[in-house]
Design a binder for this molecule. Structure first.
Ligand SMILES: [Cu+2]
Length: 353
């Protein structure tokens, strides 16, 4: 089903629903009025059967409401994965200056489409939510230039990296705030051994700034990856629950992106929570093998099907994709994933073909 036809069908369903609701209201009023009058216009009494019939009628609209609900659920699933403008978490290629990997991030306000037709204000790095993915190797020299085109101060903290204090990115503790219109340069060497799944985000007025989109993945590749770290598919999944609602990589179902793999492939998922509450991520059909927490490899991997991701945490898992099919993959705090209108928010699928 195309986006346009999906929108039309959803609108129709919604219109049908509101029409039906007003119909139900009108039907209720008529039934009460009918009971009070209980007579035709010419004064002749209604037969008992005719009075009784409005009372039995609501059974039919009740069934229709259930059907309407099913249609809304079906429309959402059929629209998945729905197309929206803008895609976050795209790998940012550095320019190399005398052996230094130079990345440039510009923070500014943009319009961001979360689900088809739902556009909101976002505060974004390089017009992406999440911001572009930065991928370096342990031992790399990195220079990161932040341009602030917002109308308030900001700063970047490198979450999970064990860096010198002066590049920790916290205004009034380690640096002055980067004021509107200013630029600021961070430069550091990624510490040996500090590889794994990390993040970068605003550390100034952060509840608002991170909630609106000033965040991204900072991935450090190991010089010598262990077997479990080598995967056929490497997917970063950033959870957020701020001003844009419940999102995976800046999008809400049905605009979330499916994770795709072939049978027998190894899928690595890097969970990151940039939100303000926990999100227990549940995968149907196959278990996840958890092997790293906050970038640090665990003494022994362990298995689960539901993994709680708390704010600020990163968890790395692999899924050995043995079962073909479309497997639902969602936050198991159910109001983050489904309403009576169907699935929304923190829902996607692992598609094994
Ligand atoms: Cu959740």
């Amino acid at each position: 089903m195309s986006d346009a036809s999906h929108k039309i069908s959803v609108d129709n369903v919604i219109n049908e629903t509101s029409n039906r609701r007003s119909f139900l209201k009108r039907a209720a009023v008529t039934a009460i009025a009918g009971g009070a009058v209980a007579a035709c216009k010419d004064g002749s009494a209604l037969p008992a059967k005719a009075i009784a019939s409005p009372a039995t009628k609501p059974a039919v609209p009740a069934l229709s409401a259930a059907e309407t609900m099913d249609k809304m659920h079906e429309a959402g699933v059929k629209a998945f994965p729905a197309k929206t403008a803008g895609k976050g978490n795209q790998v940012l290629q550095p320019r190399i200056e005398k052996g230094v990997k130079v990345f440039e991030l510009t923070a500014e306000k943009i319009q961001w489409e979360i689900t088809p037709g739902q556009k909101v204000e976002a505060w974004a790095y390089n017009k992406q939510v999440p911001g572009p993915q930065i991928r370096v190797r342990e031992g790399d020299r990195v220079r990161l230039i932040l341009n602030n085109k917002l109308d308030q101060s900001t700063a970047i903290h490198f979450h999970g990296l064990e860096l010198p204090n002066n590049v920790d990115g916290v205004p009034f503790i380690t640096q002055p705030p980067v004021k509107a219109g200013e630029s600021y340069t961070y430069e550091f060497t990624v510490p040996e051994g500090n590889h794994g799944s990390h993040m970068y985000h605003s550390h100034h007025n952060a509840a608002q700034q991170v909630g609106l989109g000033l965040l991204g993945a900072f991935l450090v590749e190991p010089k010598n990856p262990s077997d479990i770290e080598r995967a056929d598919v490497d997917y970063t999944l950033i959870l957020n629950d701020g001003a844009h609602g419940y999102t995976f990589n800046g999008k809400s179902f049905p605009a979330t992106e499916p994770l795709t793999a072939e049978v027998c492939q190894k899928l690595r998922i890097r969970f990151m929570n940039e939100g303000m509450t926990i999100h227990p991520m549940h995968l149907h059909g196959m278990h996840m093998t958890v092997f790293a927490k906050d970038g640090w490899n665990l003494p022994a991997p362990w298995r689960c099907d539901t993994l709680n991701i708390a704010p600020g945490e990163r968890w790395d898992v692999v899924v050995n994709c043995k079962s073909p099919g479309v497997w639902a993959f969602h936050c198991h705090i159910l109001p983050h994933a489904e309403s009576d209108h169907g699935m929304f928010g923190m829902v996607t699928a692992v598609v094994v073909s």
